[in-house]
Design a protein around this ligand. Sequence first.
Ligand code: ZN
Length: 380
Amino acid sequence: MTTAEPLALIDHHVHGVVTGDLDRSAFEQLITEASGPPAPGTTMFDSQLGFTLRRWCAPMLDLESSAPAEDYLRRRADLGTAEVNRRLLTAAGVAQWLVDTGYQGDQLTTPEQLAQASGTPASHVVRLEAVAERVARAGTSAAGWAAMFAEELAIATARTSAVGYKSIVAYRYGFDFNPARPAPSDVTAAAGRLLRAIDASPSARLDDEVLLRHLIWTAIDIGRPLQFHVGFGDTDVRMHRSNPALLTDFLVATEPAGTPVMLLHCYPYHREAGYLAHVFSHVYMDMGAILNHVGARSAAVLAEALELTPFGKMLYSSDAFGLPELHYLGAIGFRHDIARVTGEFVADGAWTAADADRVAELIGSGNANRVYQLDRVDGP
Ligand SMILES: [Zn+2]
């Protein structure tokens, strides 16, 4: 690698972008995890992410850096969503997207559309709960639910050439679930409860602890990387129950299987996640969207994650959702921050420049390539 080339990045947890036009309130809703509008008299732009977005994205729309939010949104509307998507996704210069299609997927680009808009290949990550709910709504019996889930998961995996799975047990229950594999009779009974709940209300969600464990253990048996949402998220999450340290007994139970467990986002538990990646051979972590959200503090937060996480166990992701600004900021911000953090270690005489380059390459793409086996000849 010459110094002129940007660091290669594989974004191992990301979502699509919105293709329709966004008014100001819709745009502001996509730069926050809040579920409601901003407090009266305030704006979501007055945040670390808002400032970072104006600083770095405005020039991509031919504006002065840090242009006012009003000017930014007006210029964005003039250019049109398709052109803004193309500019920012292309400028991110990412080598590959691994796309979670399980959340509001019908309102975002598909992985194929994201690949087309960005000129970057995109792979699928299959969300377990989405497949399980689809099976329950398709009208199976309680006794047949587990077999049908396994079959549908295999079909979804093959159809999309999926490279991994994702669980949102942190949203649906919490990490304080029983770490043991559930008994088949318990799964059947729980499936019956879910089917009755869907009968009563078609929008009922899968939030049964036994069924969530069944999904997770099914993925552990398959062996492809299994992503878990951890920590920072919207108001659907109960933060104190999404501390990954609560997964310790589950990680003890699953380490012999060797299935990679990918802890996503992690903040404010990135130190706990780094510890788990340190002590369990099958645990990996990333910082996801938090580096965008903490803005001018992102290098400091990344440095905290690098305290204990082994260098072969951390991955890059943007966790960008909806706005191409977030895909772009994730990529340029990470390149900037990893150079700054490791550059300080080199300046201190603690690291060599060659080691700093090697660690950036591992976190940027090498670890994702190895763990997801993206070089497989039968891959997508
Ligand atoms: Zn996400």
